[in-house]
Design a protein around this ligand. Structure first.
Ligand code: GUN
Length: 294
């Protein structure tokens, strides 16, 4: 019998905010305030909550946030022209387009238009390519948050078998790419499973670290995890009035060594890493502005 420890994402995110504070203060002292533009298209209720959380985090840190809430019927041309304006705006150092977009807008066309230097989500192919070759600039926020949760909880990834359930461009694929790197906090053996994987449990049972990022409520159950494994739950699903993860917490918790709760696990880390990327984007912007002056 092992004794599971809850990984407290809120507390670890709070540490990250404290580390960012002096960096923001130093920029502000030089007359530069970091700025994040957040674009929301339509009325998706979950997206509205996420956007509000991101704005609150900006407020807490003294980062300016600019919200653009566009109607559902916005067309691609209008959205691209807003992104062009923000790419050229000196007060905006990070641009985030909240996903999902309405179905008539091809997400790719939008994400590719954001300047890679303002791509604080790390979704532009330039930044994903830099991640792939092991020389990242902006890492996608949720995978980076997971890596930080593990590192700051003293959980070694090197030499471990990490099994990721989910192959999204936002979480599964970039996380696999991060953990497989020859680098600190990585050097893992990684398996990616997905909806077409036969005998999913055969794979998940072999995981030292299991990451559930498939977007369906409670699909990972106790009989699918190895005794003593570490379980990271990326899911946020609304079931009735409750928010539940992709992991069936009650059936898994008695078997594992560490587990993230939902809410309060990975979610706060995604926002914290977005703040970290925004501060980094602002620092890079001001360094370039300084070079231009010389
Ligand atoms: N929708 C769900 N997660 C994310 C995220 O990390 N960034 C953006 N822009 N949209 C999302």
């Amino acid at each position: 019998m092992t004794f599971p420890q809850l990984i407290d994402g809120k507390a670890i995110a709070a540490q990250i905010y404290e580390e960012l504070r002096p960096r923001v203060a130093s920029l502000v002292a030089q007359g530069f305030q970091p700025g994040l533009a957040v674009i929301l298209v339509g009325e998706n209720p979950a997206s509205q909550v996420y956007v509000r959380n991101k704005e609150r985090a900006c407020e807490k840190l003294g980062i300016r946030s600019f919200r653009y809430h566009l109607p559902e019927k916005t067309d691609l041309g209008e959205l691209l022209s807003l992104i062009d304006t923000l790419n050229a705006c000196a007060e905006v150092h990070g641009i985030l387009v909240q996903l999902p977009l309405p179905p008539h807008i091809e997400e790719r066309n939008v994400l590719y238009r954001i300047s890679p230097e303002k791509d604080v989500d790390g979704f532009h192919p330039y930044n994903l390519g830099r991640l792939m070759v092991g020389d990242p600039v902006f890492l996608p926020c949720t995978p980076w948050g997971i890596q930080e949760l593990l590192r700051r909880s003293g959980i070694e990834v090197e030499g471990k078998h990490v099994v990721i359930v989910g192959r999204s461009n936002i979480v599964g694929k970039p996380l696999a790419m991060m953990f497989v790197q020859k680098a600190k906090g990585a050097n893992a053996t990684v398996s990616i499973c997905h909806t077409r994987t036969p005998d999913l449990a055969e794979h998940t049972k072999r995981a030292d670290i299991l990451v559930a990022a498939c977007g369906s409520p409670r699909v990972i159950t106790g009989n699918m995890v190895k005794e003593g494994a570490v379980v990271i739950d990326v899911g946020i699903n609304r079931v009735g009035e409750k928010l539940v993860g992709d992991v069936d917490f009650d059936s898994v918790v008695g078997k594992v060594s560490y587990i993230t709760p939902v809410p309060g696990g990975v979610g706060p880390m995604t926002v914290a890493m977005l703040m970290a990327n925004t501060v980094k984007a602002a620092e890079r912007f001001f360094a370039r502005a300084g070079e231009r002056k010389q």
